[in-house]
Design a protein around this ligand. Structure first.
Ligand SMILES: Nc1ncnc2c1ncn2[C@@H]1O[C@H](COP(=O)(O)OP(=O)(O)OP(=O)(O)O)[C@@H](O)[C@H]1O
Length: 249
């Protein structure tokens, strides 16, 4: 099974160090990990560092994969390319780094990604004509279609309505289990993190504040210290954790 371990990982833009010595326990496939932290905490930077797009000290150790490209990434910004249809853009994402000749398996993966995210009805539309939320789902499909062992998604629900936020996070949770993928998803909604993630990594000011089971990590103390918000976590009658926010400090 795939696993990811960060050992004293740093990252810098020019001379400015943005991540300071991040070390995590080994994160294994089959689970969803929420990457949490306030604006500018370093979440996107950590994703870029894991992908090898930024340099820095320490080690990003990935084990248990034989895939040519084990990690797929959905960036925060969704690019627009008006000359491609949705189907073509997802196929293009699939073909990156592969043979140029499209195989039946590639087309099957495109259909599967579009089906998973309920995007088949948009398949022939120009990607530049889509709404912001539709574009965000297509971007998720472009990452999913690569059938990675590790999937990194940077705020994939920020443009989605509530129904689609829950839909996407439910799909991710199921796929993590079915495909034994390790899915790391940057989120600002701590309620979603509590409901849909197994583990949480919390960054603040480029440093690791906490890493562990989400319910143990997302506490009233964390809300106060990291988010400057007074609140509490309750459990509803069905056992689902609920975030109750009282006031910003
Ligand atoms: N390309 C860049 N060049 C220089 N500094 C950058 C660059 N990208 C990000 N930074 C800085 O690195 C720090 C961390 O930014 P990052 O985008 O990783 O935060 P984040 O946790 O993803 O934030 P948000 O929740 O607002 O998306 C910030 O201080 C930011 O200004």
């Amino acid at each position: 099974m795939v696993s990811l371990t960060l050992e004293q990982v740093t990252a810098h833009y020019g001379k400015r160090e943005v991540l300071s010595s991040i070390t995590t326990p080994t994160l294994s496939g089959g689970q969803v990990v929420a990457l949490l932290g306030p604006n500018a905490a370093g979440k996107s930077t950590l994703f870029r560092r894991i992908l090898g797009l930024l340099s820095g000290a320490g080690h990003v150790r990935i084990a248990g994969t034989h895939a040519e490209r084990p990690v797929a990434y959905m960036p925060q910004e969704t690019r627009i390319d008006a000359v491609l249809s949705v189907y073509e853009s997802v196929l293009l994402a699939r073909m990156q780094g592969r043979r140029l000749k499209v195989q039946p398996e590639d087309l099957a993966q495109v259909d599967a990604a579009l089906d998973e995210l309920n995007l088949q009805h948009l398949a022939q539309r120009d990607i530049g004509d889509l709404s912001g939320g539709q574009r965000q789902l297509v971007s998720a499909a472009q990452a999913l279609v690569q059938a990675p062992d590790i999937l990194l998604l940077d705020e994939p629900t920020s443009a989605l309505d509530l129904h689609r936020q829950i839909g996407l996070l439910s799909v991710l949770r199921r796929l993590a289990e079915q495909r034994q993928m390790l899915i790391i998803v940057a989120l600002h909604d701590l309620g979603h993190a509590l409901r849909f993630s197994d583990q949480a990594i919390v960054l603040a000011g480029g440093a690791l504040k906490a890493c562990g089971p989400t319910r143990a990590v997302v506490t009233a103390e964390l809300l106060r210290e990291v988010y400057q918000v007074e609140g509490r976590i309750e459990t509803c009658s069905r056992g689902t954790p609920l975030l109750v926010v009282e006031t910003a400090l």
